[in-house]
Design a protein around this ligand. Structure first.
Ligand SMILES: [Zn+2]
Length: 338
């Protein structure tokens, strides 16, 4: 429409089509782009229905593009949608006149346009909502890169706090997970920083070369990126920065819902310490119980050899109140949920 590419009679004639170029709606003027959409008497009756039109559409001597620009300048993008929606309804009616010898009254053309615009706007809103929901999903890193999600949590009474770490590969497999529990009052920012440090320590232990560290704590992320080693938490940031030196790394701030796995670990420990138990028959296999009732069985990788099996763990239950890190084999899906 703005490119003057529609098959109006004048355009068809220009292309060599042997046709009468007079507008069939009014029978008054050659049917060119500006006539079809603005100047035709039939259209003017449609445009009169647009009571809050931000510009003078009637009796203007502008082309469609100029009108669109003026609407955008003096109105809103919603006004522009109304303009094109109504123009589309006018073109639809023009085709009915030309090919079906029928026509609608201006009120109906305008009503059709309004309904069409409303449906378009509703569909656009639904689309953008779906888009933001899919953005909320955890995104796997590229092959060879490992994503570390970390989170810190303080209990309601702020008497103790905990951190959770989950490291996953490009296929989304959990490479390692870790929970740590701290007694004593800690500031939220401190716990978030400790969560990062814990995640990096675990990744270093796993000898992962390339990492993306994700946290939902914006202050902590910006403090690390700005290398703020002067403040009260400077010593923790200093530690994080020296750990980062062992990786090719990126740090990202993610919204809370993006960071679910780590948050779940941290939360579950702050409310009820995670239960970490060794299998009585196979001390190399550990079961981690989460507060949502799921149990994850995890094993060390073959290359690391077996974990100390002698003497056996106390009655098969490890102390859930201290650090516990675990590793899954990364060649088979041996992380089982029961
Ligand atoms: Zn006309």
């Amino acid at each position: 429409m703005c490119m003057n590419a529609l098959p109006t009679f004048v355009n068809l004639q220009r292309k060599g089509v042997d046709i009468c170029d007079v507008c069939q709606a009014c029978g008054m003027e050659p049917e060119m782009n500006s006539h079809v959409f603005v100047k035709c008497e039939v259209d003017k009756r449609v445009w009169r229905c647009w009571l809050d039109c931000p510009t003078v559409l009637l009796n203007v001597n502008m082309n469609i593009l100029d009108i669109a620009m003026e609407i955008l300048e003096s109105g809103t993008s919603s006004d522009l949608e109304t303009f094109f929606g109504a123009a589309w309804a006018i073109w639809y009616n023009r085709n009915r006149i030309v090919y079906e010898s029928s026509s609608q009254i201006p009120d109906l053309i305008w009503g059709f346009a309004k309904k069409y615009i409303f449906e378009f706007q509703s569909a656009s809103t639904a689309c953008s909502q779906n888009l933001s929901r899919s953005e909320g999903k955890w995104l796997a890193p590229s092959p060879g890169v490992f994503k570390i999600n970390v989170d810190g949590a303080t209990s309601g009474s702020e008497k103790n706090s905990s951190v959770g770490v989950v490291i996953r590969d490009a296929a989304g497999n959990i490479i390692a997970a870790c929970c740590k529990y701290f007694q004593g009052h800690s500031l939220a920012e401190e716990v978030e920083a400790l969560a990062m440090e814990c995640g990096l320590l675990l990744a270093k232990e796993q000898k992962l070369p390339q990492i993306i560290l994700e946290s939902d704590a914006l202050t902590t992320v910006t403090s690390v990126l700005a290398a703020e080693i002067g403040g009260s938490l400077g010593h923790i940031y200093q530690g994080i920065l020296s750990l980062l030196a062992s990786f090719s790394w990126k740090i990202k701030h993610v919204k809370r819902e993006y960071n679910n796995a780590a948050h779940e670990l941290a939360q579950s420990q702050s409310v009820h310490p995670l239960v970490v138990a060794a299998n009585p028959l196979d001390p190399n296999q550990f079961a981690v119980g989460l507060t949502d009732g799921s149990v994850k069985v995890i094993e060390p990788t073959e290359s690391e050899g077996k974990w100390g099996s002698s003497p056996p763990m106390d009655n098969g239950i490890l102390n859930g109140r201290t650090a516990s890190s675990s590793t899954t084999s990364n060649h088979t899906p041996d992380q089982t949920q029961r």
